[in-house]
Write a protein that binds this ligand. Structure first.
Ligand SMILES: NC(=O)c1ccc[n+]([C@@H]2O[C@H](COP(=O)([O-])OP(=O)(O)OC[C@H]3O[C@@H](n4cnc5c(N)ncnc54)[C@H](OP(=O)(O)O)[C@@H]3O)[C@@H](O)[C@H]2O)c1
Length: 246
């Protein structure tokens, strides 16, 4: 599957799953926009992608801020002439028992992981609809399908994202835009530093395939959803969890 001539903005691509998706899309021929909040991390990924011979720019923006998200999408459009693929991947993670969950923590997760999708998609889908071609891919989590102890805030955001995906898939299907989600189980990224070794060992034991997923494995699924070949695939939530959830 190739993405030549396409431009993709991947939020939260300065690290982990987003970085793997940006790199995979670049290898498939896309120009990519790298986003995060830390300039140095963004610049590092831009450099890596340029070294592959692909076009990349970095834009520091907080996806939870409506004005910043809009300005980022507008800059991507201005820089490349069109934005064809939006991957809403940026997320924050705190593993917190409900009775210790603060209002600030609840608000942060809902703002970045859920409202961030609204903020970016609200800016990107109009121009995609006018061009009658677009792809929106949301990186959610299996906790949005099952719920999980000590993850009420994450589950709320990810379940909400699944609702957004289904509603937008129906609304934008007539306009040539597909909308899908990838719901990973545990994936080997810096986010795992939030867990103790004991918690990680417990998680591992519950993964029937016998190991934690790799960011590159999520990126392959994202490439399919982004491709021309997936034009008839929309409104889907792909559970990528090594059979943790079946
Ligand atoms: N890893 C897993 O086990 C796992 C499992 C299921 C789902 N997921 C989901 O996968 C997505 C990516 O997670 P990851 O594991 O790759 O985490 P990660 O390595 O910590 O990367 C998170 C990315 O999001 C960016 N980010 C955070 N808040 C942001 C904001 N307000 N605005 C813009 N960018 C922001 C970070 O940039 P800065 O560092 O510059 O802030 C970073 O680039 C998340 O939505 C997460 O919920 C992960």
């Amino acid at each position: 599957m190739r993405l030549e001539g396409k431009t993709a903005l991947i939020t939260g691509s300065s690290s982990g799953i987003g970085r793997a998706i940006a790199t995979r899309f670049a290898r498939a021929g896309a120009a990519v926009v790298i986003n995060g909040r830390n300039e140095a991390k963004i610049a590092g990924v831009v450099k890596e992608i340029e070294a592959l011979g692909a076009r990349a720019i970095g834009i520091r923006a907080n996806v939870g801020n409506f004005a910043e998200a809009r300005a980022m999408v507008e800059r991507a459009e201005a820089e490349f002439g069109h934005l064809d693929i939006l991957v809403c991947n940026a997320g924050v993670f705190h593993h917190t028992p409900f009775l210790e969950l603060s209002e600030a923590e609840w608000d942060e997760v809902l703002t970045v992981d859920l409202k961030g999708i609204f903020n970016c998609a609200r800016a990107a889908l109009g121009p995609m609809a006018r061009r009658r071609w677009g792809r929106l891919i949301c990186i959610t989590a299996i906790s949005g399908l099952t719920g999980y102890p000590e993850m009420a805030h994450i589950a709320a955001a990810k379940t909400g994202a699944h609702g957004v995906v289904k509603a937008l898939a129906a609304e934008f299907a007539p306009l040539g835009i597909t909308v899908n989600a990838i719901a990973p189980g545990l994936v080997e990224t810096p986010i795992l530093s939030n867990f103790t070794e004991e918690a990680l060992a417990n998680f591992r034991r519950r993964i029937p395939i016998g190991r934690i997923g790799r960011p590159e494995e999520i990126a392959e699924a994202a490439l399919y959803f982004a491709s021309e070949e997936a034009a008839y695939t929309t409104g889907q939530i792909l559970n990528l969890s090594g059979a943790t959830l079946i």
